[in-house]
Design a protein around this ligand. Sequence first.
Ligand SMILES: Cc1cc2nc3c(=O)[nH]c(=O)nc-3n(C[C@H](O)[C@H](O)[C@H](O)COP(=O)(O)OP(=O)(O)OC[C@H]3O[C@@H](n4cnc5c(N)ncnc54)[C@H](O)[C@@H]3O)c2cc1C
Length: 533
Amino acid sequence: MCMAEAFADIIIIGSGAAGLTAALNLAPHYKVLVLAKGGLSEGSTAWAQGGIAAVLEDGDTFESHIEDTMIAGAGLNNRATVEMVVENAPKAIARLEELGVPFNAEGNHLHLTREGGHSHRRIVHVDDATGWAVQQALEAAAKAHPNITLVPDMVAIDLITGRHADPYSGESHVWGVYAFNRKTKHVDTLTARATILATGGAGRTYLFSTSPRGATGDGIAMAWRAGCRVANMEMNQFHPTCLYNLEVKNFLITEAVRGEGGILKIPTGVQGGGERFMPRFDARAELAPRDIVARAIDHEIKRLGLDYVHLDISHKPAAFIKEHFPNIYMRLLDLDIDITKEPIPIVPAQHYTCGGVVIDLDGRTDIPGLYAAGEVSQSGLHGANRLASNSLLECFVFGEAAAQHIHANWERLPAPPPIHAWDESRVTDSDEEIIVKHNWSEIRRFMWDYVGIVRTTKRLERAAHRVKLLRREVEEYYGNFRVTPDLIELRNLIEVADLIVRSALARKESRGLHYIRDYPETLPDARDTVLVP
Ligand SMILES: Cc1cc2nc3c(=O)[nH]c(=O)nc-3n(C[C@H](O)[C@H](O)[C@H](O)COP(=O)(O)OP(=O)(O)OC[C@H]3O[C@@H](n4cnc5c(N)ncnc54)[C@H](O)[C@@H]3O)c2cc1C
């Protein structure tokens, strides 16, 4: 679809679980435009493996799921949010079944697995590729609805606010978005009475991340620039075992490899080479909780100046390995690693962005007309650490909540005033794309080195200094040259890196996912780190 200028009742930026849920809830009443910056299925939703948490087992209770979520969140969760999400989970699963998601079942019941931190079996799943099945079902329903227009290849740049209508009005409202159209290579002006951010997380701020390439925190950066509060950005969840490969930086090695006997070792050829190090950190060794394993690996990598450590399952029979881990076996064989004969080089990797744009129980941000749902948001569900399989659930519950609030308040959402088109007259094409590429790599590298799993004030200050220098360079570049998708993402990465570093420096304690050597204790009062623009 060619656009330039378009008006819809509601614009949703993001075509993952949160965006499509909102779209399907709004479509019976309104015309909805859903944007994706690449293909429709390229967000994290399609990559989710484990499943979705819901109280469905006899003997399980909402109270138990609420408590498990609050324990994982280390006291930083908002109890009202947790209750709302947990209590709406069975309904969300039923709706997905109606849409045709083929959840695994045993007789008349859905098959439930158990994951770390859950005190009951409560994870519904579609084999080990739940997210893909969910994404396909939501997309099929959205494509079939006459009121939903799905527009891939549209890279949202900035939200349209009052100042883009009348710069002197001082009116605070979001009227849609300016977006780079990859097909025409121009910036389109897309207006609406309400806009929902469903742009996912910011994993790609880090060198190693399990998230897809587009997880550059665009929604968080856009909302911040528009004037929304952002909270708890220091809370980044790291998965302990991601393949170390400088080409493939996001291949997850499932925890099941450790569950089936995989051992973590110092690589041979360095001091202490071949040592199994986990027993030094925790009596449960490789089976300790995620955070402990990730921290121990990070400690050894930093202590010995390594790039990676080894995860070794080659002592198990080859047939066992191939039967249990067929995908990992084949994928690594393609990269010349035969896991039946040799260890896997691994590093921990950023996995989930717990912080984000502050929203209330209706998905409202600080600015009228702007809503947010899913990983882009800080709803209060996850607190200082996310409980496994609660994140897709948050997308369904808040995607629907935002849609309901828009519907209930439709008459109070005015039509947009005339909006200035994007001015491309003062810029030229860049002949220095290498700067964008270089700065992109530099951000991800220093965030990995200085703002990773174990932090110190000194390293954070060093990162803050780098952010300042890079920001100046990127802003100058942004002001002089025509935008490209890479430049748009780079500008957002530097914004998000800044928010993470500032939040990490502001928290003078260790809590949940934020561990800082200078403040190892947890303070008695749990407080959100709220940044105000
Ligand atoms: C490997 C992996 C495994 C996971 N496993 C699980 C699991 O088992 N259970 C669970 O609950 N969670 C899991 N998660 C987390 C979960 O998948 C995500 O939190 C969730 O899918 C986020 O959904 P979302 O709708 O918020 O965003 P996403 O699904 O990430 O979608 C973001 C959308 O926004 C669009 N977008 C972004 N920026 C722009 C822009 N500038 N312009 C236009 N469009 C834009 C993207 O194109 C995309 O369509 C996993 C995550 C990963 C990476």
